[in-house]
Design a protein around this ligand. Sequence first.
Ligand code: GAR
Length: 204
Amino acid sequence: MKNLGILLSGRGSNFEAIADSVAAGRIRGAIAVVISNREEAPGIELARRRGLEARVIPSKGKPREQHDAEVVAALQEKKVDLVCLAGYMRLLSPWFVRQFPNRILNIHPSLLPAFPGLEAQKQALEYGAKVSGCTVHFVDEQLDHGAIILQKAVPVLDDDDEHSLAARILEQEHIAYTEAINIVLSGGFELMGRRLVRRATAKA
Ligand code: GAR
């Protein structure tokens, strides 16, 4: 059984989707720790209510290196195999990324490489994209950049605003994250440059 560590900064709906999948046996792993960099993140309270180990490691006013060292120490203490960023609104230092090579996942609400960074749904709408979606990818040293594990597309409708589009994407995010975690935990893939290619036997 692999240990998952969840990092979040806010609402925590992707965390909850992962926790539901773990509870239902759809992910063969355990959530060893949930860490927030913000005390007031609703996700941390949701984690506590589920009886999970939930820690706040405040980032405010701290150098990035110091905060990252505290977070990595907590993940190592809890013997985390796979780190899942679930609305964790901080860039990881290169040192952090090196502690978990190809073992950190992030979810982003656009079809990368389109619309990285903040307010991806608003960016897609303002750009006039007709299709958007979500991407689960390995984290590397650049923002919203590492090798793609999977993507799910949704249409952008004429009467969308950023809230309706975000809601349509979020529904797919909750499905995508569980699938991506299972791909990574299965180990049934190869990375050819940026391309994640699943081995024939690993395909469901
Ligand atoms: C999600 O839409 C996630 O894709 C996005 O933040 C939201 C967090 O929601 N992440 C990013 O934009 C990362 N660049 P949640 O707290 O309900 O999971």
